[in-house]
Write a protein that binds this ligand. Sequence first.
Ligand code: G3H
Ligand code: 13P
Ligand code: ZN
Length: 314
Amino acid sequence: MPYVNTKDILEKANKEFYAVPALNINNLEFLHAIVDAGVEEHSPVIIETSEGAIKYAGNGDAKLGARLFVSMVKGYADTVEIPISLHVDHGKNFDILMAAIQSGYSSVMIDASEYPFEKNVNETKKIVEIAHSLGVSVEAELGRLVGIEDNVVVESHEAALVDPYEAKRFVEETGIDFLAPAIGTSHGAFKFKGEARLDFERLKKVKELTGLPLVLHGASSVPEEVKNLAEKYGADFKGAKGVPGEILAESVRYGINKVNTDTDLRMAFIASLREFLAKNPGEFDPRKYFKTPKELVKNVIKARMRLLGCSNKA
Ligand code: G3H
Ligand code: 13P
Ligand code: ZN
């Protein structure tokens, strides 16, 4: 199965009531783990790269990074039987978004969520027009993630969350293909001080009023066994807490179709790498010390695919 449009993956998920994890990468090793997980679970796969990842891959040159990611993912997709797409995560810079669209990304997120509603609409519309003319689908965000977004502390109050009636207007005015409504998650490993809780009433209303595939950002779970393994080998992840699996499964029942996951992959990789290096102090071949980290990242993704219902949906 070839490289596909993210919209195709998500419209099927929306119709059949499941979600697909969207998995962030910065390098080749995470791509191996993700594709292996998709193949073993027979699941569709959405790969995503932040602007930082695109610059990193191009060694500081975003245009080069975008081209390299597209050729890596397209080349890989040609060799497997599952649908694979490539998406820009939290695109804010016009030039990087253009570089990605022109290089052949399957979809982009335009994140103008920090601006007032009208400016968010205008910025989003501009990208939708260009992207759609080239067959690239578009995600946008409404509301702010509660917690830390781009190093800005977002206050934990109602005003930060999505307004479902604004969401309906936003979708109608912009023509986006999928929407990320803020319902109480945040990025990173420290999501909740107290009990984990998301605003499902808001989510249900957004789904009812828009009908679009919906995206949950900041959806990592910080699995206990991964956290414990990392801490056993010297990491300090005190207070780390993610979105529990049962809350993720519930969010899928209320209309989430794309579940953005970066932190869990990063933590799994580092936990296993720490263990390997502690047990093999003489090893310096990256092909050897990246082997168990890739395996653990793959297993974390497979568990997530089963939880979200996308296994055997390729
Ligand atoms: O939403 C943010 C993703 O986890 C990517 O983070 O900007 O550090 O690549 P990054
Ligand atoms: P996590 O930090 O919870 O993995 O969220 C990732 C994300 O939302 C990427 O857009
Ligand atoms: Zn995000």
